[in-house]
Structures are given as structure tokens and as C-alpha cells.
Design a protein around this ligand. Structure first.
Ligand code: NAD
Length: 495
């Protein structure tokens, strides 16, 4: 059986702890590899390697860092089809989704290539007579990232591109469910010229994460995953005096007003709910239909469901692959079992999908008349299940969104600019789409939700990513006028 190790000091090494976990091929339901779970000593070795490398990396010129990132960008683009295969094989998402994930990651590398511009400070000449004040942005030191299974290439890139561009060294703890893409990225970065130790990848479970939280040399923790773990990392990391950004779960509502283009809204709901089998933190999981749009909208969504081809992600005609594990698939399916008891109507039940074999498949599912307050409404299901809530007014839709535990993303579909403008102002959610169902910000903005979707003060990537991975120093300097110098510097005397 294939064994997946760690990336330490610029090379792949086998684990030494004797502990490992299974990596599945979700499309067939079999274990395809074992990933090493690091011991405390191995975590310490990764942090020590990063600390050593940081001594020179933090002093490297901005143009050198940019040059390496430009090369990395070219290599990533060149090898994206190979990386997509790795993603599909361990995560299950279809190849087109995997390619889309890599493209969004590439954007973040392109942003980080601009690091000479991004690290410019401010300068105030003559704040007082002969006194100038200016700011400089310096790296934090060793920083760590802990990432989820659902975007095993893009989320590590969200973090590492800016972290290393800012002069930090980075220790990455990927999801143990699909760890190979992180090692793939590490190999490309080495090829691009990244010095050994600037990036270390350490695989494992809670033991590794807890050591990173408590390790005195780790200055900051960047986390993306579920809300309970995000809260845990935030609370424990900040208690240790670390800077922490911890992005959590989501339950994204898409409001459809009575004037919306029903076909456009239905297309958007279908792609946003079922893409990547709904395992996206920006997936639409609830449509909130306002007034009379509900019946035609539900009919239009249902009419589109038969066209979605579900099957192994490696087959080009498929549009939706399996879920990540059998347990997760069964958990998602349990919401379909429970929906009628909660007063909802199962319009399409994905448990009847007819796909042969042991893969972790669930077909597309649509549940109408979801009632606020039920599990189907409140929980993050994280699968291909779209719920529809029916309300009478815009105010009722807004109140639902603003009182939900999560505030990651949301969208409104309408032809009325005034209604959209009111929504963007009044909704308490971090990322808002107007006739755009998945408003993931482009890389030169930053990504982050509100309430239980983000713990910490900084959003991820973009300008806020640069802020997160640097600390600012303000210098106040006084230089007397050279004409007053005791030594004759050649300036006209002016005493
Ligand atoms: P998860 O929270 O189970 O795992 C995330 C990481 O935390 C993994 O590396 C895992 O090994 C580690 N971890 C798990 N349990 C831990 C524990 N008890 N102590 C310490 N570390 C632990 O999340 P997941 O299932 O891999 O990913 C799906 C979740 O991530 C969903 O909730 C999704 O909404 C969320 N997510 C959020 C965003 C966002 O930007 N807000 C993006 C992607 C995914």
C-alpha cells in the first residue's frame, strides 16, 4: 500500500511515529494509501527547520521572493492537469471542479507575485521640524496553516502564497483525508527555487494541531475548517498569545425575489448547490423563495436535476462526484431521512441514485418547505442537499439570514437594483452576491465570513492576508539639517 509521508527541509520523508490514517478513493470506496501521522518530535523538527530557514528567508530581497513566486505560478499552471488528477483521486470532485480549484489557487499566487508593491509602507515627511515618520511591514517568523479536506490545493495556497511572500516560513498541516496535493505543491515550490525549510508539510491529526498551537516558535495560526474546530483553534491559539485567523463553517442562503429571472436563478441554485457535491463552504444550501416565485422556482430547479450526471470524477462527462467518506455520506443522507418528520417535503431523494459499487455517492437532493429552527435549516449539511424555505416578504428573508448562526456567503436574485442595494447594506454576512450565487472574492480582495464563520480579525488572502502575515513597525526619525553639522559637509552654513 502506498505510504504518504511529510515534507521536511526540502524533501519528502517517511513518517517515523508508526501511526497513520487511511486515504480513500471515494469513487470506489477503498483505501488507496496510508498517510503518516506525525509525532511531537516530528512536528518540532518541522518548526525547527522553518525557524532555521527563516533566518535568511526573512532577509531575502522582495525581487527574489517575487521571482520564485512567478516561477511557481508557471509550474503550477503547467502541471495543473496532473494536480487535478491527484485532487480527484483523493477528494472525489470531478476533474473540471479540480481544475477550477487550481485556477482559484493560481490567482492567489499571482496576487502574491506583487509582493514588492504590497509591502510598501507609508511615509510622512516633516511630521515635526526635521522629523519623519514611516511604517515598515516585517514578517512574523514561523507561521502555521491547518487546512480542510474540501479544497486540498486552493486553501493551502490561500495561506502559503502570502505567508512566504511576506518573508515568513510556513508549516502546513493538511487534511489527513486528502494530503497528497500539499506535497505536490511543496515539490513545485522547491523546483521554483524556494529554499529548503521555508515550507514544511507535516501530516497528522489533532496531536499535530495541538503541538502547533502550543509551540512557542509558531507566531501565527491560519485555519480553515469546521466551526467547532475553528473556535477551538482561535480560543487556544490566542490564549498562547498567537495571532489567529480561523475560518469556520457555513449555511449560505440565496434569496430569490418575485421579480427574478426564474431560469437564471434556477441555473445558479443548481450549480451552487451541487457543484463539488455541495462540499464547499460557499455552496448554496438554502434557497429563500419570496412570495409567488416559489412554485415556478422549485419546478425549474427540479427540471434541471435529471441533467446532472453523477459518477466517478475521473470520467469527463460526470458533473458531480462522491462525498469524502462513507460516514459523511451517511450523515448527509440522514437529513433526507429526517426531513419529513420536520415538516419538509423531499422533492428529490439522492439516496436513490443507482450508481453501482461501494463509492461514497449520494445523488442530488431537493427538499421543499424547510422550516426555520429544524436541523435541516440550522445545520451545515455539507453535501448535495438543497433546501427551499418559503417566505412572504423581503424582510422575512433578511431576518432569517441575519439570525442564522453562520454568516459566510449569501446571494440575492432580482432585476431590481434598488432591492439589491438594500440587501447588500442590510445583510449581516461577509460575502454577498448580486445575481451571483457563489461570491468568492477575487484574490485582490479578501475572503471571510461573519459570526460563526470566522474567528479573528483578519479575513483570508488578498490585502488582509498580507496584513495577517506581517507586523508593522513605525519609525520616527530626526535628522538635523546638514548645514548645522559640526563637520563641514559642503552645505552652506546656516547657523
Ligand atoms: P475539520 O474542521 O474537520 O478539519 C479541518 C482541519 O482541522 C483538518 O486539518 C483536521 O485534521 C483538523 N482537525 C480536525 N479535528 C480536529 C481537532 N479535534 N483538533 C484539532 N484539529 C482538528 O473540517 P473538514 O471536515 O476538513 O472541512 C469541512 C469544513 O470546513 C466545513 O465546515 C466547511 O464549511 C469548512 N470550510 C470553511 C471554509 C471557509 O473559508 N470558511 C473553506 C473551506 C471549508
Amino acid at each position: 500500500m502506498k505510504r504518504i509521508g511529510h515534507w521536511l527541509d526540502g524533501e519528502e520523508v517517511a513518517g517515523t511515529s508508526g501511526k497513520s490514517g487511511p486515504v480513500y478513493d471515494p469513487a470506489v470506496g477503498h483505501v488507496q494509501a496510508q498517510v503518516a501521522f506525525a509525532s511531537l518530535d516530528e512536528v518540532d523538527a518541522a518548526v525547527a527547520s522553518a525557524a532555521r530557514a527563516g533566518k535568511s528567508w526573512s532577509q531575502s530581497s522582495l525581487s527574489r521572493r517575487a521571482e520564485i513566486l512567478f516561477k511557481f505560478r508557471e509550474l503550477l499552471d503547467h502541471h495543473k492537469a496532473d494536480l487535478a488528477k491527484v485532487l480527484t483521486s483523493e477528494h472525489g470532485k470531478v476533474l473540471s471542479d479540480a481544475m477550477g480549484e487550481i485556477s482559484r489557487g493560481l490567482e492567489n499566487v499571482e496576487f502574491a507575485c506583487g509582493i514588492p508593491h504590497l509591502l510598501k509602507g507609508e511615509y510622512s515627511e516633516q511630521a515635526a521640524t526635521g522629523v519623519d515618520v514611516y511604517s515598515i511591514h516585517q514578517p512574523l517568523g514561523v507561521v502555521a496553516g491547518i487546512t480542510p479536506f474540501n479544497f486540498p490545493a486552493m486553501v493551502p495556497i490561500w495561506m502559503l502564497a502570502n505567508a512566504i511572500a511576506c518573508g515568513n516560513t510556513f508549516v502546513l498541516k493538511p487534511s489527513e483525508k486528502d494530503p497528497s496535493s500539499s506535497l505536490f505543491l511543496a515539490r513545485l515550490l522547491k523546483q521554483a527555487g524556494l529554499p529548503d525549510g521555508v515550507l514544511n508539510v507535516i501530516n497528522g491529526d489533532k496531536l499535530v494541531v495541538d503541538r502547533l498551537i502550543e509551540h512557542p516558535e509558531v507566531r501565527a495560526l491560519s485555519f480553515v475548517g469546521s466551526t467547532p474546530i475553528a473556535k477551538y483553534i482561535y480560543e487556544n491559539g490566542t490564549r498562547q498569545g498567537k495571532r489567529v485567523q480561523a475560518l469556520g463553517g457555513a449555511k449560505n442562503h440565496m434569496v430569490v425575489l418575485p421579480d427574478a429571472d426564474v431560469a437564471m436563478a434556477a441555473d445558479a441554485a443548481v450549480s451552487a448547490a451541487y457543484g463539488s457535491a455541495g462540499e464547499r463552504c460557499m455552496a448554496i444550501s438554502l434557497v429563500v423563495a419570496v412570495g409567488g416565485v416559489a412554485d415556478p422556482l422549485v419546478a425549474a430547479i427540479e427540471a434541471r436535476l435529471d441533467r446532472i450526471k453523477v459518477g466517478p470524477g475521473t470520467e469527463a462527462h460526470n458533473e458531480m462526484g462522491p462525498l469524502i467518506t462513507r460516514e459523511h455520506r451517511d450523515r448527509v443522507a440522514s437529513y433526507l431521512e429526517g426531513a419529513p418528520r420536520e415538516g419538509a417535503t423531499v422533492v428529490r431523494d439522492g439516496r436513490q441514485h443507482g450508481i453501482p459499487g461501494d463509492g461514497f455517492f449520494l445523488g442530488v437532493s431537493l427538499v421543499d418547505h424547510v422550516k426555520p429552527g429544524t436541523r435541516m435549516y440550522t445545520d451545515e449539511i455539507f453535501g448535495p442537499v438543497l433546501g427551499v424555505v418559503r417566505v412572504d416578504t423581503y424582510e422575512a428573508a433578511l431576518a432569517l439570514i441575519n439570525s442564522h448562526e453562520f454568516g459566510n456567503g449569501t446571494a440575492i436574485f432580482t432585476r431590481d437594483g434598488g432591492a439589491a442595494r438594500r440587501f447588500q447594506k442590510e445583510v449581516d454576512v461577509g460575502m454577498v452576491g448580486i445575481n451571483v450565487p457563489i461570491p468568492v472574492p477575487v484574490s485582490y480582495y479578501s475572503f471571510g465570513g461573519w459570526r460563526a464563520s470566522l474567528f479573528g480579525d483578519h479575513h483570508m488572502y488578498g490585502p488582509e492576508g498580507v496584513k495577517f502575515f506581517t507586523r508593522t513597525k513605525v519609525v520616527t526619525s530626526r535628522w538635523p539639517d546638514p548645514s548645522t553639522s559640526k563637520i563641514d559637509l559642503g552645505f552652506p552654513r546656516n547657523r
